[in-house]
Design a protein around this ligand. Structure first.
Ligand SMILES: C[S@@+](CC[C@H](N)C(=O)[O-])C[C@H]1O[C@@H](n2cnc3c(N)ncnc32)[C@H](O)[C@@H]1O
Length: 167
């Protein structure tokens, strides 16, 4: 829905798994639109590829197999900064800050980055939970709240997602 409201044509997904959320994006992109889908697990990508083909959206999906941060860095080096409309982050939680910084370079002003699992099953607000993943999401949320480069809305649906609009 966000992709449609934005009229997005160029999108990125960090963490594809078997393709559920990326398929939702690819299905609403215009025919000439593209989704760069970053995933480190080859087996998951094979499953996702099958569903892209079945849904008739393969031509819109550019698969990047490997570590997402490497793919995003090479896209920046390739001159793609500021050329994307929308990005969805749903991969290694401890890497959120790094993905976010790279995506902030890749999306245009007015573009949107959505981060999934920001409530982390409520653990981020439980002072008794202090494992590494929870702490990193908690710190990421705090940094985002103070980040003047974006306006944000933390939406408490599912496991919580933060919608960031680049200023
Ligand atoms: C929660 S799943 C993604 C689910 C998918 N977005 C959906 O909603 O259908 C997270 C995925 O991120 C991938 N992942 C984790 N760390 C990664 C990394 N550093 N680079 C690329 N992919 C990564 C995992 O292999 C896994 O498939």
């Amino acid at each position: 829905m966000l992709v449609q409201i934005l009229g997005a044509e160029r999108c990125i997904e960090v963490g594809v798994y078997t393709g559920y959320s990326s398929l939702a994006v690819a299905l609403v992109l215009p025919d000439l639109g593209c989704l760069v889908a970053c995933e480190r697990d080859a087996k998951s990508l094979e499953v996702a590829k099958k569903y892209y083909e079945l849904a008739g959206v393969s031509h819109k999906v550019i698969l990047k197999h490997g570590l997402a941060a490497d793919a995003l860095k090479s896209m920046i080096l390739n001159g793609e900064a500021g050329s994307y409309d929308f990005a969805f982050v749903d991969a290694e939680k401890k890497m959120c800050q790094e993905y976010y910084e790279l995506l902030l370079q890749l999306v245009r002003v007015g573009g949107v980055i959505v981060i999934d699992n920001v409530l982390w099953h409520g653990k981020v607000v439980d002072p008794m939970v202090n494992d590494a993943k929870t702490i990193s999401i908690r710190n990421f949320n705090k940094n985002l709240m103070e980040d003047k480069r974006v306006s944000i809305s933390m939406v408490p649906i599912g496991d919580g997602m933060t919608i960031c609009r680049k200023q």
